[in-house]
Each structure stands twice: as C-alpha cells, then as structure tokens.
Design a protein around this ligand. Structure first.
Ligand code: B12
Ligand code: SF4
Length: 492
C-alpha cells in the first residue's frame, strides 16, 4: 500500500478525441486535454489537500496490452482503490474494464461516482455487482473518508458511518447511507489537478484547448437535463482568472474551453471577469455556452475584445408550447435577441435544438427548423432526445425501457419514433446552412475572426456536398452512376 490513502482513477478515452466542430470542419488546434473528466482533476486536488493521493491512467480500448498497462500502474502505485467517474453512456463499457481488472485484482475495491450512479444507485449496485462502492452526489468529502476507511486510517468501524455512500452487503441487500452535505461555497475547492492530464511527451502549447469548469449545479429545471437543479454555485471571477493566468504561464496555452452548462453566472460576475483579464493583460481566446437572456450586445462586444470567439446557446425548441413544457425558462424572442447579438458582434454563434421532447410532433419540429433558419446562427445542431437517468424526461420512459442505455434501443417519449426523429434531425442539420441568408451572413459577410470564418465556409460547402450526395443517393439512377464512378476511382 502507498503511504497515504490513495486511489487510481481509470477511464476509457476514445483515441484521437476531437470535438465535433473540429473533427468535421477542421480547426487547427490540439484537443488532447479535453476528453478527460474534470471530476477526476477536482477530486484529486481535494484528496491531496486532505492527506490522500489520487493518480490517473486512461486507455483507449480494452485489450491485453492496455489492461497490462493498468496492471503495471497498480503494481507501481499500490492504490487502495480504483475510481471511475461515469456518465450514463459509459456504464457498460467501463464495467467491462472493471470485469477485466477484477480477474487479476479481485480484492482491489472499485469505487464509482458521477451523475449516473447518483441518479440510479440501487440499479447500479444490483446490476453491476463488481462495483464495490458508489459515491452519491458531490464526492470530495465522501471519497476522502472512504479512502481513509478502506486503508484503515480512520476511526470508522464500518462504511455505513460515511454519508453519501452506497454498497452491497454479503446477504445481497444494499446499503445507502445518509445524504452528504453539499458545498455552499465552491471557492473552498483547490485548483484542479491539471498535472494528471499533462503529458510531458506531448506538452500543451498555445494551440491546445485548455478545459475550465467553474460551477456546480444549476439554477434551472430543464426537463431533459440531469444536473442538480436549483443549487447553482460558481467560483469567483478572480479565482477563474488566476487559473487562466497559471495555465498561460505553466502550460503556454492561450485557448480555453469553458465547459460549464452555462456561463457566465451573472452580468456583474462577467464585468469583474473582463476587468481582471484586461488588468492582467492576458491575451487569450475562449469559447463557452450561455443562456439566451444573459448577454446583450454591449457584453458581447467586451467579451470579443478579451478573446471570446464562439458562444453556444441552448435554444432547444421553436414551438412556444414545447419550450414551456420543457421548463427551459426562455422564450423564442430571447433566443432571437441572443443570436442576433452574436451575429452582430461577429462571434461564432452555435444554437442547439432537441427533437423528441414530450408533446413533439412533426409540426413542432418544423417550428424548430423555422426558428433555426430565422435565427441564422453560424451553425445549428439538432439532437434527438436521450432521456437521461436523473432528468425529468426519464420519468416518462416506460418502465420496461428505462435501461435503454444497457445496449437496448433508445426509447421515445414523443409521438414520433426514434428513427423518424433521427432522420428529421439529420436532414435539418445538413440543410440548415444551405440558405442565402446563411451564405451572406457567415460565408461572405459578417465579422467573424478568420479562424471561425473558415469554419463557417466549410460548414456551407461540406453541407452543400452532403446535400447533393444525399439527393443523388436517393435517386436510383444517380446512385448507380455514383457507384460506377467510385469503383472507377477505386473507392468503396
Ligand atoms: C463539462 C461537461 C462535459 C464536457 C467534459 C466531460 C468530461 N469528460 O469531463 C464535455 C463537453 C466533453 C461533455 C461531454 C458529454 N457530456 Co457532459 N457535462 C459536462 C457538465 C457541464 C459539467 C461536468 C463537470 O465537470 N462538473 C464538475 C464536476 C466536478 O462535477 P461532477 O462531474 O458532477 O463530479 C462530482 C460528482 O459527480 C462526484 N463524482 C464524479 N465522478 C466521481 C468518481 C468517483 C470515484 C467519486 C468518488 C465521485 C465522483 O464528485 C465530483 C466532485 O463533487 C455536466 C453538467 C453539470 N453541470 O454537471 C454535463 C453532463 C455530465 N454531461 C452529460 C452528457 C450526456 C454528456 C455527453 C454524453 C454528451 C454527448 N451526447 O456527447 C458527453 C459524454 C462525454 C463523457 N464521456 O464524459 C450529462 C450526463 C447525464 C448522464 N446521466 O449521462 C450531464 C449531467 C449534462 C446533462 N445533459 O444532463 N460534458
Ligand atoms: S439545460 Fe442548462 S439551464 Fe437547463 S437545467 Fe441543464 S444546465 Fe441548467
């Protein structure tokens, strides 16, 4: 065992991870730091401050070679436990990793945390029995106490004295301990342990996108979202600028991905943030996601001056009835104002829409497509609803389909089937930029910075090509010609 109680966090990370905008439309940046869980960095920082240690290894696939790397790390670091941080879509693949590890390390406890196990504690312990403990909700204090307990360094007699925990018992029953108190002020949290994702063989440079998260929870109650609702907390603007300054100094990066569900928290907070960036003369670029109604033209002009290059807005629906029923707390007019302001100032604008909320019909989907066209953002994404455990929408899923994420078909909670929704979303996405208004605003006009102007141009031409190929593929005659040409030039 290591001197201090310690955990080894593990993750399965896709090889060559790249965000969609970069992957599909080419953005000359490195995204190597982005796919890693911020939770692992946050938990490790807290553990280190409280007498424990955290380490982290990730692999790209489950095979003997990669499992061998983990076994090597276990022999070297001698952790008291393995840690996994899981969203719903990762449960099954990561459990496969646990299964493999338990073959060679049957006695090493596995601790899982994150939004999925928090939403479904009993289901997790029942269906994934090789997971020894789950941590429900905010994990910093619970994990510290649990590691000290496992390594025999505290006075706890049994794990059920630790709040915020779930585990299975030998008789097959499950124990969920009392609720864990939440942080009132997250400024008490230390800086995330970024060293865990610093690769000395491939060190970050100014083109590397550097991840930042500054909040826990959310003020709002959107029915499709599984965050902790009604309990938003954010670090101070000064603390965030300190982190940015340190990243610039220590890692040489200049591009920041602010990954909070929405940012900034308030206009006052933003004002302080901008002033700090200006006073410290930091030359940075960054993107983030905001809520319609937060930022007006004057805020965006200031943000652009200090480096904001792209901002996403969750518009979600064009039909006012759907917008109300999903409790988004915005109106279509707020969305109009938000995207118009971004386009006016010349910041790459992204709008998200969801197809398939409760009450969705072909008419309401058309209203979303019409609104997207009217808003005219630099790109619009149309996603099919995933009813996530922990979200209100999950309650509308029939009981026998609730475990869809265990390799079963995605359920629908609207009157349209998932394949209909999927096809409508794909078509809406391809066709979105193929309008004169898009071409004049984003391809030849507007005030986007060159890096993002190039992306908008690619969006237009790539979608034009896809649209042409799609139309052509639908025609049997043309399809046979395309096949013939492809075989002539030797492509499958
Ligand atoms: C940043 C973020 C991202 C980033 C970075 C993700 C990452 N890998 O870190 C990006 C943009 C890449 C992303 C992608 C996705 N995301 Co996301 N993301 C978030 C966001 C906004 C913040 C997460 C965060 O870092 N919070 C701060 C940390 C410290 O909090 P935390 O993660 O909750 O961790 C705490 C506890 O949960 C617990 N804990 C967590 N892990 C562990 C592990 C152990 C061992 C222990 C003891 C405790 C513990 O302790 C932590 C500290 O208190 C949340 C929404 C939100 N506000 O929470 C959505 C959220 C997590 N994402 C979500 C989803 C669905 C996705 C995607 C699947 C979207 C998609 N279709 O591609 C992908 C999945 C990528 C992946 N494999 O993780 C959902 C997950 C819901 C669910 N049940 O699955 C959320 C909740 C938003 C939502 N729509 O409801 N996401
Ligand atoms: S979608 Fe955004 S605003 Fe709505 S509850 Fe989730 S995090 Fe909050």
């Amino acid at each position: 065992m290591a001197d201090k109680p310690s955990i080894l966090f593990l993750a399965l990370i896709p090889e060559d991870y790249s965000p969609y905008l970069a992957k599909s439309y080419g953005m000359d940046r490195s995204f190597d730091m982005l796919p890693h869980k911020y939770s692992i960095l946050a938990l490790t920082a807290w553990l280190r401050k409280h007498g424990c240690e955290g380490n982290y290894r990730w692999i790209n696939r489950i095979d003997d070679e990669q499992i061998g790397k983990i076994s090597h790390a276990i022999s070297e670091l001698k952790p008291d436990a393995i840690g996994l941080s899981l969203v719903t879509e990762e449960m099954v693949s990561h459990y496969e990793l646990v299964r493999k590890l338990k073959e060679s390390h049957p006695d090493l406890p596995v601790i899982a945390g994150g939004c999925h196990v928090t939403a479904l504690p009993e289901h997790t312990l029942t269906n994934f029995p090789l997971i020894d403990y789950i941590v429900i909700g905010e994990g910093e204090k619970t994990l510290t106490e649990l590691l000290k307990f496992i390594s025999g360094k505290t006075g706890y007699n049994s794990a059920d004295e630790i709040n915020g925990l779930g585990f299975g018992n030998e008789d097959g029953s499950i124990t969920l301990t009392g609720p864990r108190e939440k942080f009132d002020d997250i400024n008490v949290l230390p800086d995330p342990a970024y060293d865990l994702i610093y690769d000395p063989e491939n060190p970050p440079d100014e083109k590397t996108a550097f991840p930042l998260v500054c909040s826990y929870g959310c003020y709002f109650f959107c029915t499709f979202c599984s965050v902790e609702h009604g309990n938003y907390r954010c670090i101070s603007s000064g603390k965030l600028v300190d982190r940015i300054e340190r990243a610039v100094r220590n890692f040489g990066t200049e591009y920041f991905a602010i990954r909070d569900s929405f940012w900034p928290p308030t206009r006052k907070w933003l004002d302080e943030f901008c002033t700090e960036i200006e006073n410290r003369r930091l030359k940075i670029k960054f993107h983030f996601q905001t809520r319609a109604g937060t930022l007006e033209v004057e805020h965006l002009e200031r943000l652009k001056k200090i480096g904001a290059v792209a901002i996403a807005v969750g518009v979600e629906a064009g039909d006012p009835g759907i917008l109300k029923s999903i409790k988004k707390s915005i109106t279509t007019n707020m969305a109009r104002r938000a995207i118009a302001a971004l386009n006016k100032v010349g910041i790459f604008s992204i709008a998200f829409f969801i197809f398939g909320n409760r009450g969705e019909t072909r008419q309401t989907i058309q209203a979303s497509i019409d609104l997207a066209n009217e808003l005219n953002p630099s790109i619009a994404f149309f996603h099919v609803l995933y009813p996530l455990p922990g979200a209100e929408a999950f309650e509308s899923v029939p009981d026998d389909q609730k475990d869809w994420w265990m390799g079963k078909p995605l359920p629908t909670i609207s009157e349209l089937s998932v394949s209909e929704l999927d096809s409508l979303a794909k078509t809406a996405f391809i066709n979105y930029p193929l309008r004169l208004a898009y071409f004049t605003q984003h391809v030849i006009g507007g005030k986007l910075p060159p890096e993002f102007k190039a992306i908008a141009r690619r969006v237009f031409f790539i979608h034009l090509r896809k649209n042409f190929l799609g139309t052509a593929e639908r025609s049997r005659f043309l399809r046979s010609i395309i096949r013939g040409v492809k075989s002539l030039i030797g492509r499958k």
